[in-house]
Design a protein. Structure first.
Lengths: 170, 350, 100
């Protein structure tokens, strides 16, 4: 079984991810930013699929694109964004920020291009049929303690969010 | 995924033909679900329902469609135009995409080729369907926000909160089935339900102790598709029409079609997960061997759609706080308990 | 096949985009979204390395990152709502009194 056009899909998905990532940080309207971020998340999900990680793809779409981002949209709808839309979009230090992030990105790219030789140009496939089972085995055997700690973290987050967003009863 | 004895070209051609057939059948089913709903609800309320257009009002969907097309397509001022147009498209396309993972029957042999009766099957099919339903929330939420109207916004907010809450219960209710079947593939789930006990009790998941999960799934599915008794997002007595207040003509029809095709998808999923999909007695000549499974499957789907309509004709609407506490305080603990018990039983048995 | 370093380069660029948004935006919700962008860029690296080393631990880690992101989003958005309720602004520069 040969994938029909993996290279094409890679370039397509990464172009979509990049363009929408740039839209996330350049749109003034937070709803547009949120939608662009959803597109980025979905194209990343496609890239995970190309990396033979179907379970992560599913979780990415359900939890990230379908859960967390809905929460974002929800909050954007609750707060009044008309006033925020009238303000300046970027702060005063935007030149410094641009230079800093360009330097950071340049650093990463330099590292990857320097170290390109150690990565093989072709990697062998993980048999994808078993992916979900294997991830489940890993979570519930090798990573059981981190898993429990993560559930505790979620509990703390739930309590924190309720306390924070509750109206004062006075 | 080109599997088995198919070459890429035949796979693509077969897929295109299957997509065309499935879309045609789905859209016709949607149209006639509307007809059936009006007819059944009419009889429940001691009326006739549509009778004028065609025999038994059978051409009513056609007349409705024509009416929608010829109505003025109004875009109110002060809406966020791009999102206002995007929202109904998103809702409809997501509900149409979800059907592509539903298997309608086992594979059939046509001219020596083994063609599965399903547009595509993947090893994470159920996760993909859940993902698509969670993306479909955006159609409703964006429609509410972009309309720039109080009622729409309230409807959109209610819809997104409701759909996220019930999706948790929906997902957890499926875990029991997944533990029993050991696969995410819908085809595999049906395969795991073939056979009978003592020759007459079918080995469906609902008889394997998943009736609580079935109950949770049905409740959550009603809420996911915004149907009575959980149709708070479009509660016409308090919110005019909820998130689609400002929509007219074909844009409104898109939401309408999305709702009904979601109903069909949910009914298909319920019959696959809990009622054994297309399993059933198969007899007679080869042509019947190919068609009977589809018939059994369609029968189950029809049953679920009928229950949908029946519930709509009988039950009143919940209050919003009742809806939320029902999801979080009743369905969710029940679903978790079901998962734990199922896992325990399976672990002890093996 | 696409070499693995391509995925890493994409992840680096996405991360830089996230950093840029975090540094220069004035809207606290968009700043939050930039953090999500950074987390996702890291996730892409994790998955790429996981398939390079044939070790699924990377994918499990993505799972944990998502848990942290969900917790962070819940608490962070609650804070945004609380701040908006008292200050009527989404600009973090305006939130300069150390009390509610």
């Amino acid at each position: 079984m040969t994938p029909i056009a993996p290279t094409f899909f890679f370039y397509f998905l990464s172009a979509v991810a990049l363009i929408s990532a740039i839209l996330v940080i350049t749109r003034k309207n937070p709803v547009h930013s949120a939608l662009a971020l959803i597109v980025t998340l979905l194209s990343l999900a496609g890239l995970y699929l190309m990396l033979y990680a179907p379970f992560v793809t599913g979780v990415q779409v359900i939890v990230y694109a379908g859960g967390i981002m809905v929460l974002f949209l929800f909050v954007i709808m609750l707060v009044n964004i008309e006033r925020a839309m009238k303000e300046e979009e970027f702060n005063k230090q935007w030149i410094a920020g641009l230079i800093a992030s360009l330097l950071l990105g340049g650093l990463f790219l330099a590292v990857y291009f320097k170290g390109r030789a150690i990565f093989p140009s072709e990697f062998t496939k993980i048999p994808e049929q078993m992916n979900t089972q294997q991830v489940g085995m890993l979570i519930f055997q090798n990573y059981l303690l981190p898993f429990e700690i993560a559930s505790l973290l979620l509990l703390v987050a739930i309590v924190g969010a309720v306390v924070m967003a509750k109206k004062k009863l006075s | 995924m080109p599997t088995g004895n198919l070459s890429v070209t035949t796979f693509v051609i077969a897929s295109i033909i299957k997509i065309a057939i499935v879309l045609w059948v789905l859209l016709t089913a949607v149209a006639y679900t509307v007809w059936l709903e009006r007819k059944v609800v009419g009889h429940i309320q001691n009326r006739w329902g549509p009778t004028r257009v065609g025999p038994f009002g059978l051409l009513q969907p056609l007349a409705d469609g024509l009416k929608f097309i010829f109505k003025e397509d109004l875009t109110p001022p002060y809406v966020h135009k791009f999102l206002y147009i995007l929202a109904p498209m998103l809702a409809l396309s997501m509900s149409l995409i979800a059907i592509c993972l539903i298997p309608f029957g086992n594979s059939v042999n046509i001219a020596g080729m083994n063609i599965p009766l399903q547009i595509t099957d993947t090893n994470i099919a159920l996760l993909i369907i859940l993902g698509i339903t969670s993306i479909a929330v955006y159609g409703v939420a964006l429609a509410g926000w972009s309309s720039n109207s109080k009622y729409s916004l309230l409807g959109g907010l209610r819809a997104s909160a409701q759909m996220i809450s019930y999706e948790v219960a929906l997902g957890l209710s499926l875990v029991g089935v997944l533990i029993l079947c050991g696969t995410f593939s819908l085809h595999g789930i049906v395969e795991a339900q073939t056979g009978t006990w003592f020759g007459f009790i079918p080995k469906w998941n609902i008889f394997k102790g998943q009736f609580i999960a079935f109950f949770i799934y049905i409740m959550a599915a009603y809420a996911e598709t915004n149907r009575i008794p959980f149709d708070l997002p479009e509660a016409e007595t308090e919110l005019v029409a909820g998130y689609h207040t400002e929509y007219s003509s074909m844009k409104f029809a898109m939401f309408f079609m999305a709702e009904y095709s979601n109903m069909v998808t949910v009914a298909c999923l319920a019959s696959i997960l809990f009622l054994g999909g297309w399993t059933g007695p198969v007899f007679g000549p080869p042509i019947l061997h190919a068609l009977l499974p589809i018939f059994w499957f369609a029968l189950r789907v029809l049953f679920f759609i009928f229950v949908y309509i029946w519930v709509r004709g009988t039950l009143p609407r919940f209050r919003y706080d009742q809806l939320m506490s029902f999801a979080w305080k009743f369905l969710l603990p029940l679903a978790i308990a079901n998962v734990m018990i199922t896992a325990l039983v399976v672990a002890l048995r093996s | 096949m696409v070499p693995i370093s391509y995925y890493l380069v994409l992840s680096a660029i996405l991360f830089a985009c996230g950093v840029l948004g975090f540094l220069i935006k004035r809207n606290v919700i968009t700043i939050f979204m930039s953090i999500e962008l950074m987390l996702n860029a890291v996730n892409l690296s994790f998955v790429a390395f996981a398939s390079y080393w044939q070790a699924l631990s990377g994918q499990v880690f993505v799972f944990f990152v998502m848990v942290v992101a969900a917790a962070e989003a819940a608490v962070g958005l609650a804070i945004i709502i609380a701040v908006f309720r008292t200050r009527q602004t989404l600009n973090p520069d305006r939130v300069n009194l150390l009390k509610l």
